[in-house]
Ligand binder design. Sequence first.
Ligand code: SF4
Length: 314
Amino acid sequence: MSLVGSLEDLGLGEILQIVSLSGKSGVLFIRSPQGEGRIVFDRGAIRGARVGEGPRDLRTLLLATGALPEDDLEALHGEAQAAGIGLEEILVARTALDAKRWRALAPPVAAAESARLAATLHGWLTTVERERPPFVVVATEASAQLALGGLLLSFRIDRVDALADGGAAIIDYKSGRVPAPSKWFAARPSGTQMGLYALARKDAAPDVSLRAAAYAQLKAGDVAVGGLAADADAWPALRTPAEARSVNLATWADVERFWRERYGALAAAFRAGDAAVLPRDAQACRYCDLQPVCRVQALDDAPRESEDDDRDGA
Ligand code: SF4
């Protein structure tokens, strides 16, 4: 089904709200004598925006095309400036949330949360995504399964990107600090999601090369990306295994081999009943659902130093 019409009939703001609240996916093309733009939606949420020939920023494009009334646009622009965020973030914040839940929030809470989310998203888009080579988001919350060490594991991968020059990247969103790649390959690894997701993708689509695996650190005031890339062109902000000396693996093939062997051995040990009360660090216990029935508090030698802020189990 497609929606075609003139912005004289329906304002852009209303169209954004309709698409957001209906949870539709697709691309909204905006054409005018001044140029073309497009906004990409995934289940109602804005996933990206692009301007073709013509005005190079969203405010200029919207003004030039008359997509939003000038007064409304200036008001939104003023709000964005006062909050220190981009205009696009105001549009996202106003359209991407479920209206019922949004209305249930007390106005001061909604305003503060809106500003926090917008600032975090702005930081992610401008400092990480905009700096990347071209890519297309091809899947979000993608279901995946992996048979490993006698276990059948099921996942939902936050995001999969197709890279313009071939291959794919997987991304996992974290609201706290992300585990450094060196910890993915430790004797007691953390950040195991990346390896498991990578193996699941490889088994499901052996012909599509995975060229990057990254954690998106969407932490207010500390937005960052961390991970590994198979080569320098895939995602220049990430290091290749050869560049990341702490990883101690030379190539992406070595990385995948390590994941399959080490994580496979952990899965097999778990399946065989190896369940020693030996948490990797105190952080593992902090987010564990088994605390009420666990004997760890009775052990004198359980580690108590926090090493990172991720939520992997022991
Ligand atoms: S089962 Fe949970 S609480 Fe017990 S040691 Fe492991 S991580 Fe800690």
